[in-house]
Design a protein around this ligand. Sequence first.
Ligand code: ADP
Length: 531
Amino acid sequence: MTQLEQHPTLADIELLAEVSQMLTVLDQDRVLERVIELMAKAVGANKVSLILRPEDVEDWRQIFVKNLSGQEEAGLYEETPSIHFAQRVLDKGLAGWVFRQKEGAVVYDTLQDDRWYIFPDSNSKARSALSVPFLYKGEVLAVLTMLYPEPNHFTDYHLRLMTIIANQATVAVRNAQLFNQMLQQQQQLETILQTVPDLLFVLDDQRKILVINDAAAKLISADEMTPGSLVGQALGEFLHVDPILSSIMDVLQNPVQNGQTWSFEARSERQRRDFLVTVSAWEHPAADRGGYMVILRDITAMRDLNRFKDDMLKMASHDLRSPLALIVGYCSLIALDTPEDSTTQEYLVAIQRATERMQGLLDDLLRVEQIRKSPLELHKKVSFRDVVEEAVEHSRQAAEQKKHTLEMQLWLDDAPPVSVNPVLIREAMENLIGNAIKYTPECGRVRVSAFVQDKQVNFTVEDNGIGIPKEHLQRIFETFYRAKQAGTEGIEGRGLGLSLVKTIIERHDGEVWVESEQGSGSRFGFRIPLK
Ligand code: ADP
């Protein structure tokens, strides 16, 4: 019987069965070690080398060499540190040929086969070689080479058998690699979850915990249970631990509806911390699953700061106002007792002016805060046209003083009445018109327009004044922010007007905007939804 016609022996079939079993082993190194051992034994090789390409790495990095001749080394792979060696073999040697051809090869006699390259510094005594690729989707994942010191040791039958085994082994190695990849991704995700400072829960539609991070676990378990041990438990079982959970459970009574989000502030008395709680519903239509994601962001510091700001403002309104009034009062008294031509009178005027400025500043500050805080009466239905016209009329005198033309263009014929606080809206408009007048050199043009678009009323003020440098535009609406540039030195202001406008408009659920070019002029505007 020729070698090609050789039939599988019982040992060959047992070998196949054993390699198949490796499909369930998920440790890549163990799979390789065992498969190589089995393969080498089946063909009676005395030395095996495996060049393995790790995932996603282009150069072939790892090489395992096993010498089977010495008993003491059986079962051991020394990892040859030389990438250089692996690359050399792949460039010139048999493994390289197999890699390029993507098929196995038998070298009956290494001295008579070109594919076997004898490196000058090699002490290899191999005379027979058998090399097979581990192929996956047309890609070579690894090349296994088996050696024997006598020629004509390996046969074509060996090659066929080893090719079949290598195919099986590849599946086993891929399985192990994929599993490791999954494991790595899962670990990555877990690390991210645990490092997120927010408290995070993912719940199913029965409010049972699917995912929970460390910070969240600390909130719901009094006895510091690990996140792992909390998975699968219903959030409702922890209501006794912290009353904050009751307010969350209340929201969770809403049915799951993808994309829906609830947001509210709550305090954990047990942790003595304030949280901004966001609950959003999630749905996975393909898997017919859904539930809730709950995120708690610690806003204690922000709240403390807010309280501090409120206290400061209270102090400003009460404790600073009275001494300022006192200064103004005494200045007037001293003025009465001072001869009119005395220089002291000039000093007194300067003091009075500075004090009035300070009072004005306090007034503006308190006004912004008052609008921000107070419940707004927005239910008054008014004609937007009336509000705009009043604001323009109020500004006319200031415009005339600077010899500006003040134009008004209104497209409000079909506009329905708007639900706004007309006093505040007029104040916002007058602020924008006032700025346009203020920041435009004499004999300029200020154009006010208003129109309805996309269920919103729009108001704009355009001027051909000094404009605003680009770098300032983003911050222009911040409290106390003033865009300093050549030409603004003599213009008085406290940097509070636009912040007031923004506060008023946002309280009406609207938004403010600005466009400007330095030297050409500015356009300020706002839009408010028609309710
Ligand atoms: P104030 O006018 O009291 O300084 P605002 O909050 O009203 O404060 O405005 C902030 C800054 O925005 C101003 O200091 C000015 O630099 C710039 N600004 C506002 N309106 C205009 C405008 N129409 N043209 C040019 N600059 C403007």
